[in-house]
Design a protein around this ligand. Structure first.
Ligand code: SAM
Length: 340
């Protein structure tokens, strides 16, 4: 296997892992209400608690100075935050010699038709787009408020703009498990990579229970293996997915398996919320407040010290479990708070 590129960073956790990847949830708001992610009647954060775009840019700058090389903007839906392109443009200036190697985002694509060209202009080269089904009625049922046609249109504009696209699909038992072959084929035709994700026990979601939705990806992969020629790939995106090449389509197929197999030992990530809270692990409650030291003044010293202290507390890993003996989510916050 080729040696992984190890950028230098002063962010090294107690398990000698270099933290080079920051995910930033720029808003907890979203124009969809995916059934496994949010309840329909979510209460969102008061605006006063949310960092301004200038504050987010400053914080990201401190992380880049400390050795972060990859930034992913997420949410909520990052592209519904007002004036979001000003942040993306500002962060884009740190590419090409400014310390940052990749600026990317995870989006539901509802606003992509509007923003794709500008994203490319700001230095974004590839994006992740969440799409769990190719059936318009099912899409409406899963997202509650989403419109598949708009998403497809956004994808077409993004592709034409030259963005590399990876589709993220949460595997949901009894919901989209009859469509996995179609998704592999569709991504092949469109020139997209595809990653399946196991549903994670995060936040209360109303009626639907995670046990009903949960589908172990080990089963999904075994089934796909019967129809497609999958060969293990050494490719790493810098995230938690493990990849296969699909011989028939020539595209990559990834699996994110936090429940059946976690890859915490290689974790290089931390997550910042739009209120300036830093989570050192997606699946643990421990967090550090960066908003107070950031707002203490123009000197970056206090916030740098708070980040270093937080990294010294990064846990070894999460312990997500979905089973009948455990009721309620493993962590109280929804994915929309920390971002996917
Ligand atoms: N709005 C953007 C989008 O739709 O991609 C970014 C935020 S969304 C929270 C990021 C990703 O998290 C999506 O791919 C979504 O499907 C996934 N997600 C949300 N809740 C999840 C859960 N409980 N388990 C697994 N994935 C989840």
């Amino acid at each position: 296997m080729p040696r992984q590129h190890q950028p230098e960073t002063s962010l090294v956790d107690p398990f000698a892992r270099q933290i080079t990847y920051l995910r930033v949830s720029v808003t907890d708001r979203c124009d969809f209400r995916c059934v496994y992610c949010m309840s329909e009647d979510m209460t969102f954060l008061p605006k006063a608690d949310v960092l301004s775009l200038e504050e987010i840019e400053r914080l990201c700058g401190v992380f880049i100075d400390l050795g972060v090389r990859k930034l992913r903007l997420t949410g909520g839906e990052p592209l519904v935050r007002r004036n979001i392109m000003s942040l993306i443009r500002g962060l884009g200036r740190r590419l090409d010699g400014g310390g940052l190697e990749e600026l990317t985002l995870t989006t539901n694509a509802s606003q992509l038709a509007k923003y794709a060209d500008e994203l490319v202009d700001c230095g974004v080269r590839r994006i992740n787009v969440s799409c769990d089904t190719l059936d318009p009625n099912k899409f409406r049922a899963i997202t509650r408020w989403g419109d598949l046609e708009k998403v497809q249109a956004g994808l077409a504009v993004a592709k034409a703009a030259g963005l590399g696209i990876k589709i993220n699909t949460v595997a949901l038992r009894g919901v989209n498990d009859d469509e996995f072959d179609d998704l592999v084929r569709w991504c092949g035709e469109k020139g997209f990579d595809l990653t399946f994700i196991e549903v994670m026990p995060m936040g209360e979601i109303g009626d639907a229970t995670r046990l009903d939705q949960y589908l172990p990806l080990s089963m999904v992969r075994a089934r796909l293996n019967e129809r497609w020629t999958l060969s293990e790939s050494a490719y790493r995106s810098g995230g938690p997915a493990r990849y296969y090449e699909v011989a028939e389509t020539g595209r990559r197929l990834g699996f994110i398996t936090p429940l059946t197999h976690n890859f915490c030992e290689l974790c290089n990530r931390v997550r910042l919320t739009c209120t300036g809270t830093l989570y050192m692990c997606l699946g643990q409650e421990d967090a550090a407040d960066l908003r107070a030291p950031l707002r203490a003044g123009e000197d970056d010293g206090p916030v740098t010290a708070a980040i270093l202290e937080a990294i010294s507390r990064k846990p070894k890993g999460h312990d997500f479990v979905i089973d009948r003996r455990r009721s309620g989510p493993a962590v109280g916050r929804h994915m929309s708070v920390t971002g996917g």
